[in-house]
Design a protein. Sequence first.
Length: 405
Amino acid sequence: MSIRIPQRILVAPSGFKESLSAEAVAAAIAAGIRRVIPGIHVDEYPVPDGGEGTARVLAATTGGRLEPLTVTGPVGAPVDAHWARLGGAAAGTAVVEMAAAAGLSLVPRDQRDPGRTTTYGVGELIAAALDSGATRIIVGCGDSGTSDGGAGALQALGVRILDAEGADLPHGGAELSRATRLDFDGVHLRLSEVEIVLACNIHNVLCGERGVARVFGPQKGASPADVEELSAALDRWAALLTRDAPHGSSIDLRLGAGTGASGGLGAGLAAAFGARLAPRFEVLLDPSLARGDLTALMSEADLVITAEGAIDVQTPRGKVPAEIALRAQTLGVPVLGIAGTLGAGAPDVHDIGIGAIASILTSPMPLEQAVAEGEALLRDAAERSMRLILLGSALSARHTLPLAA
């Protein structure tokens, strides 16, 4: 009996939010594979998704470096953040990872209220990149702990958001219910000289039933009453940006693709400074930024393994496993998805090209334990998956049966 053993596997995961970087996830999966097939060729391709770790990954792949900076965090306290100065063919490009300054992981669990958190620190990172001479700024959108429509970032870059008395508004999306006028007289002078691109999930919109307040507000700590308050405030913010911002009338700020990126940061930067809202993988997997040619690596692989913290109903809506599966599907390469948890709607990913899915959890455990043991759980899950694949190969070699429809 001849069993076909995979000779080359591509591991292309996202990070596990508030737990493991994409690099750590890739390394753990590769280690689990090698427990079963020690001599196999494994290509590790951590996929930046705009969220946590994006700046670090792109700095590493282009020969650039991280620039540390202390900024205003999402709850107003200082946080140690960073932006990336890229090298190689991407020299002159800066990457601002919004999660580094306003990510959900920076919001203490007892202070999670998306109506009160701010993107002010994101604006401070953009200002630092401008001051450094960057000619292009990529803003990675993902893992945000904010829903202020980008108001804080605009304030950090010199935009005044005024109430009916002419006073500057405090931070937080809920405060936007009192906004009446925008003043652009003091904006950073270099904003007109640079290209700003937001690498975002274009499925996210600012307002309406699928708007950031209703879809992501509860995930960020909002109560039902908070959601209604924030939704109304962001409706007002969209109208104000449309009327007063230089580029506000050039895009549908309520329902336009990507306007809801990072709690509405997309809408704010697009309206105020003409930032381009682009599909994140179109930007982040561009050959000038990426770790090798993804298509070439896929075409050489017998199997692609992708991963993220949770595979669920949101996965097909622009998450890393969906992007990897769609690309692999065009090449006819099978895909396995590994996740921390399998949530509602997880089987939907079979329709986009993920042939099988597996969870790293084998028994109920507290979230804190799963996070602490994440690397070991990933290695074990990869090992179990490879053993199942080899078992399937053995069965295939023994009996050839048609698959059920």
